[in-house]
Ligand binder design. Structure first.
Ligand SMILES: C[S@@+](CC[C@H](N)C(=O)[O-])C[C@H]1O[C@@H](n2cnc3c(N)ncnc32)[C@H](O)[C@@H]1O
Length: 496
């Protein structure tokens, strides 16, 4: 189980800092753990790519959406509807997730400007990641991003900014909004002083306290650098929304959940040592450049660094969905989790251990997830439910509806004019949920239509999906922020 923090930080004061004071991330990377320079997510769109295996991070983006929306609104109002805003997504990675955040920013800005009768600003969308990142795969999604924002009046421009967010990336006082999701738990380097932390790629219950202290120190350095650099780059009254992995437990800093992904990775590497495929010394010189801080640690760093004020700090809990499942479901979840962890760690692992062990390593990982006894008694913390709403806005006719998915038949319902039927369901974590609905007009139901009512994709995690039957067709809306209804289907005259 991991905890995520959503921080909305707005810049409140500006200390003058010299260039010499800012440390360079590239410098940090040239430590003795040279594999760190390979840090990036698995590129491309194949089965093992980040693009294919980043639904969990999409969920995190969806959870952070209210905080993001709130901050965009406050930013726009606070700056009296500027003509231009520059927005950065730091650690955008490869794939479409970054566009989820950018769409939200553009749409919210657009709707707000409409509401206040203001011209929408030109929006400069800067997508940043490390130079090794597969930006090509990201930019391939620009087309669908533009399609999604067709009705949007705010002109926007997308560009890539390669470089470490632990170095200066933008000119002084140029950024209005900084967004970063699931990037800041990655450190600029492996901390010094982990030698006693044997056969473990991260902190575990059996690690020496010195390992925790070393990781915390590195996080303090990195996060302080990050804040200091952003305070130079951001305009006065700018906003920052940061989401990253954190931990809940404060009492024992060594405590990591038994199913913690790095603990399972350490176990899997240990299996390969036992099989003679990897040497123990090789495992002993591999550590994840990663840290999951507690809320208190984050607050302390922000306070000491001093450039920003925390407006909202939220912690959300969830696991990867493999607990409380039996048999084949657990085995499938094991594979899913293995794919997810592989997508974020394969480049680092390949740089240190080589290619040959990777598939075997993640087969072991999947096995550990599905077999882990401790997981079976844990409570799975469930995510929010999706809601599908079908409404009759016909003139004086009954509307018959019938929705079903692969697993659920929601049955026949007959709606009077003005009546709605609401279905709540939990989207599965791996986003394969698909609902089809039929609508038919009374009294003979010959005028009808069958349509895809809900398909879970990154663009459609919004909470509410509305379908409305009207005389001239079937209308759709899938956003709680007041976007207009769009006619999606005409009626058919053939029998259902
Ligand atoms: C797990 S991905 C998250 C991507 C995306 N924000 C999302 O929500 O799906 C983390 C990204 O942060 C990037 N990253 C890690 N350290 C970084 C740094 N110092 N500077 C820029 N990007 C970094 C990684 O390369 C990776 O693409």
């Amino acid at each position: 189980m991991d905890s995520r923090f959503i921080h909305s930080i707005h810049s409140s004061r500006y200390d003058y800092k010299t260039e010499n004071e800012s440390s360079s991330g590239d410098e940090e990377r040239s430590s003795k753990y040279s594999f760190v320079s390979a840090l990036c997510m698995s590129g491309g769109e194949g089965d093992n790519s980040y693009s294919t295996n980043s639904l969990l991070q999409r969920r995190a983006l969806a959870k952070a959406k209210p905080v993001l929306v709130k901050n965009i609104k406050e930013l726009m109002m606070g700056l009296s509807f500027p003509k231009y805003i520059k927005v950065a997504d730091l650690g955008c990675s490869s794939g479409q997730n970054t566009f989820f955040a950018m769409s939200e920013i553009i749409n919210t800005t657009n709707v707000l400007c409409q509401k206040w009768n203001q011209n929408p600003p030109e929006i400069d969308c800067c997508l940043n990641d490390l130079p090794n990142n597969d930006f090509n795969t990201t930019f391939k999604f620009i087309h669908s991003f533009k399609e999604k924002n067709l009705t949007c009046k705010a002109p926007y421009f997308v560009s890539g900014v390669p470089g470490s967010f632990y170095s200066r990336l933008f000119p002084r006082k140029s950024l209005h909004l900084v967004h970063s999701s699931y990037g800041l738990h990655w450190l600029s380097k492996v901390p010094e002083g982990l030698e006693k932390n044997k056969m473990s790629v991260y902190i575990t219950a059996s690690s020496p306290l010195s390992a925790y202290k070393a990781y915390l120190k590195q996080f303090q350095r990195d996060f302080t650098t990050f804040l200091k650099l952003r305070s130079e780059e951001m305009v006065s009254n700018g906003r920052m929304v940061l989401t990253f992995i954190g931990r809940n437990n404060m009492d024992n800093p060594l405590h990591r959940d038994c199913c913690h992904f790095w603990t399972l990775l350490s176990k899997s590497l240990h299996d390969l040592v036992v099989e003679g495929l990897v040497s123990a010394s090789k495992v002993d010189s591999f550590y994840m450049p990663f840290y999951d801080p507690s809320k208190e640690e984050v607050k302390e760093i922000v306070g000491i660094e001093g450039s920003f004020e925390i407006k909202d700090l939220e912690a959300h809990e969830y696991d990867l969905g493999h607990c409380n499942q039996d048999g084949s479901k657990r085995s499938k979840s094991g594979k899913n989790e293995a794919n997810y962890i592989r997508a974020v760690s394969e480049p680092l692992l390949v740089a240190h251990f080589g290619n040959a062990i990777i598939s075997r390593l993640f087969n072991k990982f999947a096995h550990h997830v599905s077999q882990h006894a401790g997981c079976r008694n844990k409570t799975t913390i469930v995510d929010e439910k999706e809601t599908l709403v079908l409404t009759n806005e016909l003139n004086n006719k009954i509307l018959a509806i019938h929705c079903k998915s692969k697993d659920d038949d929601l049955g026949d319902h007959y709606l009077a004019v003005g009546q709605s039927q609401e279905y709540k369901f939990r989207d599965n974590l791996w986003h394969t949920t698909l609902f089809w609905c039929h609508m038919g007009q009374g009294p003979d139901y010959k005028i009808q239509q069958v349509f895809e009512a809900y398909r879970s994709t990154w663009t459609k995690y919004v909470g509410y999906t509305y379908w409305i039957g009207r005389e001239d067709g079937i209308y759709f809306r899938q956003d709680p922020h007041g976007l207009p209804l769009v006619k999606r289907y005409d009626w058919n005259l053939t029998a259902y």
